[in-house]
Design a protein around this ligand. Structure first.
Ligand code: SF4
Length: 335
């Protein structure tokens, strides 16, 4: 007994410490068959972890690979290399049957709420669906749907209405309710507030934060606007053309960015105060970062070099590895 007890507690500690999500050297290439190997990587060696109850923000411009990473984690995109672990289990190439089994623990909220709501089904039917699949009775599923609607700030009677009877912000609340009704452990939010106006955005972000805190949820929060990510995330991963440019605690990355691309992202993010906006515009101009449309991507070296005002010959030949700078990891030869 005296020998077994410490052993068991050691095992429990090991289990507790396993990250909720562990993405290791993830590579995704688009294409079919042999052509896939020759295709450029949409995601190129990305690694990060999410702990239980933690929110990690994945931020980057369109085409940075952030949504592809979300899809790969959800099993909606084939993975070309690396691994994805969920609660200590390798789910990189899990079968659809196994995916269904973990489906209630790993859920998603997408930009377009209509992607998870059937216009011909009542809200109650859409919300009950994932519960009914898991064998919960129709009556219990309806009650749970009503409870969940109430929790996201909608009336219980909304169960009998159709998606078209709600505004965009309300539909996104319903999508959140649908994602959370199975009591998941991790929710991938892919541009979940991007289509909403600023005040509705703030309401949905507050709702997501409250639900995280009361349920101990983990989020992978994907967005192009770093100020939105900053509101919710404890840690931030900045992507450019499928590679991590900078990652670290949200405050360090957003308030004192080290990588030229992160600096440009922060300077470009909209703020409601005109004076601060003007200050950011001045910083953006002083940085001298070229716009995305001005240049094409080139293979090898630093993926940001064609837009970067600090680029040297080294940047064209050698891909910068992530190195620790203060609290963040930064992939830049000259930061
Ligand atoms: S490695 Fe070079 S090109 Fe890339 S961000 Fe740093 S200075 Fe700019």
């Amino acid at each position: 007994m005296s020998i077994e007890t410490p052993l068991r507690s050691e095992q429990e500690t090991t289990v507790q410490r396993k990250p909720m999500l562990e993405v290791q050297d993830l590579v995704v290439r688009y294409g079919h068959g042999r052509k896939t190997a020759a295709a450029p990587a949409a995601v190129d060696g990305v690694s990060f972890t999410i702990q239980s109850g933690e929110t990690v923000g994945l931020v980057g411009e369109s085409g940075s690979g952030k949504s592809t990473i979300g899809k790969a984690i959800l099993g909606l995109q084939k993975i070309s290399g690396g691994s994805v672990g969920f609660q200590g289990e390798d789910i990189t190439h899990t079968t659809s049957g196994k995916r269904r089994a973990i489906g209630s623990e790993l859920r998603a909220v997408f930009q377009d709420p209509n992607s998870s709501l059937n216009p011909r089904k009542t809200i109650g039917a859409s919300l009950a669906e994932p519960l009914r699949v898991r064998g919960i009775s129709a009556a219990a599923a309806r009650t749970k749907a009503e409870d969940m609607l109430e929790r996201v700030g909608l009336p219980r009677e909304a169960v009998d209405r159709y998606p078209s009877q709600f505004s965009g912000g309300q539909r996104q609340r319903i999508s959140v309710a649908r994602a959370l009704i199975c009591e998941p452990k991790l929710v991938v939010c892919d541009e979940a507030v991007s289509a909403l106006d600023l005040s509705t955005q703030a309401q949905v972000l507050n709702l997501l934060a409250d639900l995280r805190d009361e349920r101990g949820l983990s989020y992978l929060f994907i967005a192009h606007d770093i100020s939105v990510v900053q509101f919710l995330a404890q840690r931030v991963v900045v992507l450019y053309r499928g590679q991590v440019m900078e990652s670290g605690p949200a405050a360090a990355v957003t308030e004192n960015p080290k990588h030229p691309f992160t600096q440009a992202l922060v300077a470009a993010s909209p703020v409601p105060r005109p004076a601060e906006q003007a200050e950011r515009r001045a910083v953006r101009e002083a940085l001298g970062v070229r716009t995305a449309s001005a240049v094409a991507a080139g293979p090898g070296g630093c993926p940001f070099r064609q837009r970067c005002p600090l680029a040297t010959e080294l940047c064209a030949t050698e891909r910068p590895a992530l190195r620790r700078m203060g609290e963040a990891d930064v992939a830049c030869h000259h930061a």
